[in-house]
Design a protein around this ligand. Structure first.
Ligand code: AMP
Length: 170
């Protein structure tokens, strides 16, 4: 099997001391490898059983869009505060330092009952948890989470009440 890790760059002490940043953008320079990764992420029950993809910005949009095109599933987005116009539902969440807020456009949810959440990477799981809260607040069903990279030692998977598919574990 292809070693996808070779196509992800690692940076020590970014964005702050003690963090190893796994940069998924390098893989975009290798379209055949990216296509292989997207095929694997798409070929999951989590995606198959969802009405739509919910991509978490900004890196999640890259993976979400590719999965959406590959599977012909519609996609909606979650973005940080201040980026989306219209009626929003919002959820504050904790980061390693401080807090942030994620929002969804209320009208993007109406047509769909179930969602596959897509991002490039899961670390502590705080971001995904806030999206789960937002979707549940609107009585939506979540088929699961699909990510390229899972930072295994942080054990975020155990704290989520949904199926998780990751291609690369670190
Ligand atoms: P978390 O909420 O802790 O699961 O963080 C997930 C989000 O932060 C994802 O959207 C990632 O893009 C980014 N992120 C957090 N930690 C890292 C890391 N070590 N390397 C790369 N991206 C990270």
């Amino acid at each position: 099997m292809k070693n996808f890790k070779e196509f992800i760059s690692s940076y020590s002490d970014f964005p702050k001391k003690g963090i190893i940043f796994r940069d998924t953008l390098k893989i975009l320079q290798y379209p055949e490898v990216f296509n292989d990764l997207i095929s694997r992420m798409s070929n999951t029950d989590i995606v198959r059983n969802a009405d739509a993809i919910l991509a978490i910005g900004a890196r999640g949009f890259i993976f979400g869009t590719a999965i959406s095109l590959k599977t012909s599933k519609p996609m909606i987005v979650a973005r940080k505060a201040g980026k989306l116009p219209g009626e929003l539902i919002s959820q504050e969440y904790s980061l390693e330092y401080g807090k942030d807020t994620l929002s969804l456009q209320e009208n993007s949810l109406h047509a769909f009952k179930s969602f596959a959440i897509v991002d490039d990477l899961i670390a502590t799981g705080g971001t995904v948890k806030s999206v789960i809260k937002l979707l549940k607040s609107k009585n939506k069903f979540i088929t699961g989470l699909v990510i390229a990279v899972e930072l295994d030692e942080l054990n975020a998977r155990k704290q989520l009440s949904i199926p998780v598919y990751s291609q690369i574990k670190w």
